[in-house]
Design a protein around this ligand. Sequence first.
Ligand code: IVH
Length: 684
Amino acid sequence: MAEPSPRQRAAELAAEIERHRYRYYVLGDPELSDAAFDALLAELEALEAAHPELAHPGSPTQRVGAPPDPSFTPVAHRVAMLSLDNAFEPAELVAWAERVERGLEGATPRYTCELKVDGVAIGLSYVGGWLERAVTRGDGVTGEDITANARTIAAVPEVLALADPPALLEVRGEVYYPVAAFEAMNAEREQAGLARFANPRNAASGALRQKDPRVTAERPLSMVCHGMGAVEGLEVASHAAFLDLLAEAGLPVAEETSTVEGVAEVQDFVEHWRAHRHDPPYEIDGVVVKVDDHAHQRRLGSTSRAPRWAIAFKYPPEERETLLLDIEVNVGRTGKVTPFARLEPVLVAGSTISTATLHNEDQAALKDVRPGDTVVVRKAGDVIPEVVGYVEAKRPPEVETAGPWRMPTACPFCGSEVVRLEGEAASYCANIDCPNRLLESLAHVASRGALDIEGLGYETAKLLLDEGLVSDVVGLFHLDRDALLALEGFGERRVDNLLAAIEEAKAQPLERLLVALGIRHVGGTVARLLARHFGTLEALRAADAEEIAAVDGVGPIIAQAVRAFFDTPRNAELVDGLVAAGVRTDTDAVERSDLLEGWTVVLTGGLEGFTRDEAKQAVLDRGGKVTSSVSRRTSVVVVGADPGSKADRAGELGVPTVDEEGFAALLASGALPGEATDASEAAS
Ligand code: IVH
């Protein structure tokens, strides 16, 4: 390896020294002996003596290692931290772009589109390449000094990795709490019986405002940079060029950013990320669109509040407040009693929410929501809507005096006792024949991921039960046509369609049957693994727990649950009944291979020979991964008909693309067309 240049070595040393100083003074947890630390400092001093151009007032050789002050001293921003104007509808975005173009006298500008990270705004000043200060936004004119805390964030470099850093560079960005880490932390808190943190932004803000930087250091905060504050000795022509410079300097920038031509492409970006809102590692609440050219930006200028050259397009909020009307309980197909909130209907993230689960007695107690409370409801992506908590200031006095909600002691469907076994979070209806359990079982069997019986929803299932046409799941396969015709609202067509759908359901492969059985822990993924491995229901039923646990992806807990299911006489009887009714007991699923292990594939556009699900499954079956957005880590993008912006993104990032034919070749050989496979290499 080449020797580092004196400048590189000086920067390395400086960064090391700062890191150790920090550990020593702030964290009180030094990694190095005093002698080893002094040696680093001596090496830097010698280097600066030999190369005076490297000496700098910000260098650690020029400063004593005074402990930083985490006192949040007010600091005036060198350049005000402005806000952004908002657009909520595509038409508002178009209107903004028209204003921009008028302001530029008809020139069509390029736009840089970024994600609007829902974090905590921060400004970092680098003087001569050295981190001088980190400041919060505050009121936009004056912020608070949080340098000591910001230094604990791994993504905040102490020294810029630039050979010739500008005299002053102030970058702006968002500090965020990564969503995955946030979820993990909340899961841990729940385990420990603590209330969940409301959202990643509050968690980031709380972490950044700790009086003791050691506490901040323990949080997995990160940052993404998106803007320019005060600069001296730096000229960049465009925002995109500025972001490139930041990346080169070792500052974190978002990989989703894209510079486009014209407002139509801006709209594509907005729509793409609306659909992929939850793909990035941070929460986003919209997109920020910026006129890219700095000369254009200067021409457009700013109002006192916000620049005219940028706009925030906001997605519908995922959290809203609404009234909690009542807390009721449902009894599921396993007898589990689940409390849920009945809500004044509210539109959250594009869907109307009128109920939300409260999971179990402990969860309900932890959230302490009560009928009459104003509650925060959250719906994020595919996740089921949930009640985050109540708004303390809006709790009426009578709700306060009413006290916490309690789990009912009798089942609302059959009056049987509701019991909670020791050590379990769930409560159960003690009656194995509870009518609601049966209703839930029928609805489950008919559901999409199970046998998928069209025309058999809750309403119909309830009618069949109430009218005594079925008394268990097997009964579905022995329905009498005349009896159905006698039901109100059931004409010939409806009856024949229902019977045909039930007949079709019998032909569903084993994995669907396994889901339909409702075995604990056996959802679609596990069912597929089991079906693939055992091939037939008979083979699975004959396997002992050890054999089942040996299936890749299935552990002892699932194996136990599967065994326990088939060993329960009532279940065995039910399965026999289904088999006697003629349900299919084998599968088309193939054994997994590892042909595409380590591959990350992105699919875009339509394929002729595969549905999207089939294409995805084909990759998974070969041990590969399928992701929805293109990054540098993507191995290949499969481009079908009418591809989205992902194809362009692949081009920008230099990620290889293949058409459908190439995809088929990849599935068959584990290599891109034209690329040597191990086999062909061996042959040549
Ligand atoms: S640019 C003068 N870009 O959103 C322009 N801001 O609602 C300043 N934000 O104060 C902002 N992601 O804290 C910009 N990609 C992004 C952003 C972003 C999040 C925050 C920022 C700003 C607030 C305005």
